[in-house]
Design a protein around this ligand. Structure first.
Ligand code: SAH
Length: 215
């Protein structure tokens, strides 16, 4: 089986068959090739149902969990999205297929550089990546986001991210201990109050920073 075929099977068996029904999300997964975002030596495992190492002690997330989070966010064609934890850039590319603008923060300089290079080579023009502590939010405090997706786990929701979420905006973030978390779905109401819903259990690498885990 070639990698193209494996990608189509991944979408069918790992995503559709497990309840991912948002066409925008499914189409993005068909378009963005995960094997371009893993180390060459792991290319043959690119469409497996699991996270994979990407260097620097970090991982590219399991496809299903990314799809699940993207579906929860209900990204609209006008939505400005903030991603914390660029990692390989795979999820960044998926977001850029759905949203008009994607801002992404990665604390590891070498991962950020690689992701940036890859995404530029693939022709994405609607992505901005900065190196920094994503728990502090996007460096330009004036910008507010419709959707925020956090790809690493925190002990609690970082306050700067809540502040940068627009009214009626939505954030998805894994919250819990260092080894096990639940996805928290956070909606900011029109009056600025916050609603939190709890979803599936998950295991993400730690979000390290001022409002995350300390080293
Ligand atoms: N969605 C990415 C997942 C990467 S793993 C992918 O599919 O490739 C999570 C990433 O979060 C790691 O690259 C890690 O370096 C980064 N990270 C951890 N703490 C961070 C912080 N405070 N700010 C920004 N990035 C952070």
């Amino acid at each position: 089986m070639n990698l193209e075929e494996e990608n189509r099977n991944m979408v069918k068996y790992q995503l559709k068959n497990r309840g991912i029904h948002d066409e925008k999300v499914l189409n993005a997964f068909l378009k963005v090739k995960r094997h371009l975002f893993v180390p060459k030596s792991l290319e043959k495992y690119a469409y497996d149902d699991c996270p994979l190492p990407i260097g620097e002690g970090q991982t590219i997330s399991q496809p299903y969990i990314i799809a699940f989070m993207l579906q929860i966010l209900e990204i609209d064609k006008d939505d400005i999205v903030l991603e914390i934890g660029t990692g390989s850039g795979y999820q960044t590319a998926l977001l850029a297929e759905i949203a008009p603008y994607v801002y992404s923060i990665e604390r590891n300089e070498s991962l950020a550089k690689n992701a940036k290079k890859k995404l530029e080579k693939l022709g994405y023009k609607n992505i901005k990546i900065v190196v920094g502590d994503g728990t502090m939010g996007w460096p330009d405090e004036e910008i507010k986001f419709d959707k925020i997706i956090v790809s690493a786990s925190a002990p609690s929701v970082p306050d700067p991210l809540l502040k940068q979420l627009k009214e009626e905006g939505k954030m998805v973030i894994p919250i819990g201990s260092r080894t096990f978390q639940h996805l928290n779905i956070i909606t900011k109401n029109k009056d600025g109050s916050i609603k939190v819903e709890y979803s599936d259990g998950c295991m993400f690498v730690p979000l390290l920073g001022k409002y995350g885990w300390q080293m």
